[in-house]
Ligand binder design. Structure first.
Ligand code: G3H
Length: 478
């Protein structure tokens, strides 16, 4: 069926024997935009075998050659930014400019992986035995980093390209092969991205991309004995995966409820622009979005006024028009967001704007005077709705931040660097941004979530290291 995008394995594009497809609904038009193959479990088994075989050869390919291919793929990816970005616009309603930025950022990420990989994997360790009591200098230990094997990469809908290559780049440079399971929304952008790797000339079977329904192949993939590592970014599913997965390294980045703590001496113009960017870009559908504002009561009125003035200037509409606020990814997501808004309404939060929804398009909304008994104080809307909680002490802010089950990032705004550092130390999150909104990038910075926000640390260097294991060789002298 020419209408259905093929899946990719063994260096070729294939049609599933299931005869079934999965529709991808355009969030803006709410009608089917594309269709992808609904792969079967037998096909997954074959893909795993292929990936395993290809990895053995790839591990023997010199590091500099691996790097060369990655650089080539990065260049092709950047050349192909327009058609890939178009998919992002249609599949996940990412504003047109941001969609292009995602692809370019991905190319840069892949090149950086190549460079970082040749440096850090080109080094090993050499130890001698006589530093440990009772030993002569009779044993030399050589250690190096070797690949894990087959990496299962599962990126989320909000960055189907960037959060795929943030797994693929480190995996490949470290000598691993890949099975990529893209999100349904974003699958076609991911397939285009995989095509760039195909064009770069990577060996057959090294990169594979299977599409399909989570109910059919989700658990089957994550529990598959052929998988040597799972790198997952997404929501609660990650917690379920971590309970079911075998004894393999897991890299997980899950949700967040990033708090923004604002002190009395903060630069309120900077705070307001950071809140609008941090809370509302891509309509709040970022794990690192500001998801709760904790502001000192004495500056709260002034801040809310400034934020509202900026929100009034945001454009709302179609991603093709490069609007700031675009439809959220699915109808069920819009319904979930609406549920949080309704709950806040019933519990008498102050609505700074009127709540407005057209299909999946939700207008930006700031909710003031939110209290801890409201769902939105704790839950992640993943939409353009932001709660403001007024606090009377810094401790109250830190307490709210730390009472969350999430611990991805957080931010603090103050002109007093000493206070900022003390507060940053007290916040139980993987990263604290001082005087800026949370963000993952630059992509070589370590990126990690505490508590329900994740396992392990990402960022290019950490991901490369995580996708290797240490191997020792001990030379025993006579
Ligand atoms: O959605 C989760 C992403 O890792 C956030 O990345 O901070 O670049 O938007 P970002």
């Amino acid at each position: 069926d020419g209408d259905v995008f093929k899946y990719y394995t063994d260096g070729a594009w294939k049609t599933s024997s299931s005869g079934k497809s999965v529709p991808i609904i355009n969030p803006t038009t709410r009608s089917t935009q594309y269709k992808v193959q609904a792969c079967t479990q037998e096909e997954v088994n074959k893909v795993m075998e292929t990936a395993k075989t290809a990895q053995k050869l790839w591990a023997k390919t010199p590091l500099w050659k691996r790097a060369e291919l990655l650089h080539k793929a990065a260049a092709i990816l950047k050349e192909q930014k327009a058609p890939i970005a178009e998919c992002l616009v249609k599949e996940i309603a990412k504003p047109a400019k941001d969609a292009v930025t995602e692809v370019v950022r991905s190319g840069d990420l892949v090149s950086y992986c190549a460079e970082e990989g040749v440096r850090i994997l080109g080094e090993g360790k050499f130890l001698v035995s006589d530093s440990f009591p009772g030993n002569e200098r009779s044993k030399y230990c050589l250690t190096s980093k070797i690949p894990l094997g087959v990496i299962l990469a599962i990126p989320p809908f909000n960055y189907p390209v960037n959060l795929a290559v943030s797994k693929i780049g480190p995996a490949l440079i470290a000598g691993n092969s890949l099975v990529l399971k893209p999100p349904t929304q974003g699958a076609v952008a991911a397939l285009h991205m995989v095509h760039c790797f195909h064009l770069a000339g990577f060996p057959k079977g090294l990169i594979n991309c299977v599409t399909g329904r989570g109910s059919e192949i989700g658990d089957f993939l994550t529990m598959h004995p052929g998988v040597d590592c799972i790198s997952f970014t997404g929501g609660d599913t990650g917690i379920a995966i971590s309970k079911k997965a075998g004894m393999v390294p897991l890299q997980m980045e899950l949700g967040g409820k990033d708090a923004c703590i604002i002190l009395e001496d903060a630069d309120l113009d900077l705070v307001a622009s950071s809140i609008v960017k941090g809370g509302f870009s891509y309509s709040g559908q970022r794990c690192t979005a500001i998801k709760v504002v904790l502001v000192m009561e004495s500056v709260a009125d002034a801040l809310v006024e400034k934020v509202n003035a900026k929100l009034a200037k945001l454009t709302v509409g179609a991603p093709e028009d490069d609007c700031d606020i675009t439809p959220v990814v699915t109808e069920s997501s819009a319904n979930f967001i609406e549920g949080l808004v309704t709950d806040a309404k019933q519990k008498e939060a102050t609505f700074c704007q009127e709540y407005k929804r057209e299909g999946n398009l939700i207008y930006p909304l700031l909710l003031d005077n939110v209290r801890p008994d409201m769902r939105i104080a704790w839950e992640e809307p993943f939409g353009p709705v932001l709660p403001v909680i007024r606090i009377n002490s810094v401790e109250e802010g830190i307490h709210h931040c730390n009472a969350s089950n999430f611990g991805l990032q957080g931010c603090v705004f103050t002109r007093d660097i000493n206070k900022a550092i003390l507060i940053g130390d007290a916040m139980e999150t993987g990263t604290v941004q001082i005087n800026s909104a949370p963000a993952r990038g630059p992509d070589h910075f370590p990126f990690q979530g505490f508590k329900d926000s994740g396992i392990g640390s990402q960022g290019i260097t950490n991901s490369i290291n995580m996708m290797t294991k240490t191997k020792s060789m001990v030379i025993n002298l006579p």
